[in-house]
Design a binder for this molecule. Structure first.
Ligand SMILES: Cc1cc2nc3c(=O)[nH]c(=O)nc-3n(C[C@H](O)[C@H](O)[C@H](O)COP(=O)(O)OP(=O)(O)OC[C@H]3O[C@@H](n4cnc5c(N)ncnc54)[C@H](O)[C@@H]3O)c2cc1C
Length: 428
């Protein structure tokens, strides 16, 4: 019916997309809420779980934990985002350095398209031609609606140990992380804040009056330790002890200083809370947004510097001062994700102000060798830049695949590919 009437179909998971992934075009549209797809089928022998697309983070973890398992996927939007949304956008959880991104966990899936149902069987591995599974993962609802997926699950780690460390410079922190990652140590959470983000985090964590923690961080900052690293180690007692020992040794080599478990535990406790602050700031006239990318170690610091400068300069053109800060997280042997946050008073033309920053920052990231996205995806906001990363042929491959599954173009038009819309085809 939707194909005949040119009604656009927009899959809706938790609605937490930050790139306009569920925004309709001007045509009539139907939002398909996945909230009823909530089945959980755990295979304790194979360590897999078949999960309904509408399950939210806490629903999955609660059920798995009761049986001694975890998915290990904790995006900051964990409370509201869904399995289907994670798979559709190739999401990354905060513990991805150990557990992988969502695409590393998906073994099989089921997707409903206007042309029929697609199934990828959940084999542990296969060599049955090209890896079609990866064509569907990250398709952001433009090929079909994912109704369920089978994912690998892990036994709950015996020990979860989160600790804080300080470095004098971002550079030394990066060198330390690269060293332990390239020597076989991959903690679950690795998060290194630059000078600006560390200062803001410490200011936000201060309680009123003079406290031991407050004095401690003041002394650290005054002594030149200005970049905070959070390491979260998870596994058996022996694994965590080994990771802890090696990383401590490496951190010392790069002049880092351990501040114990309280900083790590405080981060863990607050890790899903920060977005609430963002809403409060927006309501009070502050422009605040985030951007993320990924690049190799040899390019990371330059990309960090150039992107920050470009954002500050663009905001500064309206005579407005800003805070631009970043951290690295989601770390690999070959490189890492850089995650930027910018804040400034909103200008009178607040939409153009944001558009200018977003456009300049995205261009700078691409020109400086960063990926268009590490985990937020494409949506509407990045669609114009999709060609810059994949070239004409890449865009054409995606467009033709879409036409195959969705000849009338009714599935989530305008996302990933620009200017797509529902259209008349033979047989409509
Ligand atoms: C505060 C905040 C923090 C965030 N932190 C992270 C983070 O740490 N890591 C991260 O990866 N992302 C993060 N995000 C981005 C967002 O949460 C992810 O992109 C998430 O995967 C979206 O899931 P969702 O269920 O909310 O999907 P939605 O927002 O509902 O949809 C996202 C896209 O996927 C499509 N879609 C949704 N469900 C399906 C389905 N079943 N089948 C086909 N297509 C579907 C939609 O049409 C849309 O294009 C954050 C967002 C916010 C607001």
């Amino acid at each position: 019916v939707a194909s005949k009437e040119f009604i656009e179909i927009i899959p809706f998971g938790g609605g937490t997309t930050v790139l306009g992934g569920i925004t309709p075009t001007k045509n009539p549209s139907l939002s398909v809420d996945m909230m009823h797809f909530k089945t959980i089928d755990l295979d304790e022998i194979s360590h897999t779980a078949n999960l309904g697309a509408g399950l939210r983070g806490p629903e999955i973890e609660e059920k798995l934990e009761k049986n001694g398992f975890t998915l290990g996927h904790f995006p900051q939007s964990f409370e509201f985002s869904t399995l289907g949304g994670w798979v559709a956008t190739r999401s990354a959880g905060q513990a991805s350095t150990k557990y992988g991104k969502i695409e590393d966990m998906v073994l099989g899936l089921r997707m409903v398209t206007p042309k029929g149902i697609i199934r990828v069987l959940p084999h542990p591995a296969s060599s049955t031609g090209p890896g079609l599974k990866n064509l569907y993962i990250g398709s952001e609802g433009i090929f079909g609606i994912i109704t369920s997926a089978t994912l690998q699950v892990k036994s709950i780690p015996r020990v979860r140990e989160y600790k804080g460390f300080f470095f004098k410079t971002f550079h030394e922190g990066i060198r330390a992380i690269r060293t332990f990652m390239q020597n076989g140590i991959a903690p679950a959470v690795v998060r290194l804040s630059d000078v600006e983000e560390t200062a803001v985090s410490l200011a936000l964590s201060q309680k009123k009056g003079i406290t031991k923690e407050g004095l401690g961080s003041w002394v650290l900052q005054k002594s030149g330790f200005r970049c905070l690293l959070i390491l979260g180690m998870e596994g058996s007692r022996e694994e965590v002890a080994y990771e802890s020992e090696v990383s401590r040794y490496v951190i010392k080599e790069f002049h880092g200083l351990g501040v114990g478990k309280s900083a790590g535990e405080a981060w863990k406790k607050e890790r899903f809370r920060h977005p609430y602050l963002r809403d409060a700031l927006l309501e009070r006239g502050v422009m605040i947004d985030t951007l993320e990318t990924v690049t190799s170690w040899n390019n990371l610091e330059e990309l960090h510097r150039k992107t920050k400068e470009a954002i500050e300069k663009t905001i500064g053109k309206r005579g407005i001062r800003s805070i631009v800060m970043a951290h690295i997280s989601h770390v690999y042997e070959t490189g890492a994700c850089l995650y930027f946050t910018f804040m400034a008073p909103q200008a009178k033309d607040k939409i153009s102000q944001w558009e200018d920053v977003k456009s300049v920052a995205t261009r700078t990231i691409l020109e400086s060798g960063g990926a268009l996205s590490h985990h937020h995806g494409i949506g509407i906001d990045h669609a114009l830049f999709f060609i810059a990363e994949h070239g004409k042929e890449g865009v054409e491959a995606v467009r033709r695949t879409k036409m195959l599954f969705d000849p009338s173009g009714i599935l989530n038009p305008g996302k990933v590919l620009v200017k797509t819309r529902a259209r008349k085809t033979k047989g409509n």
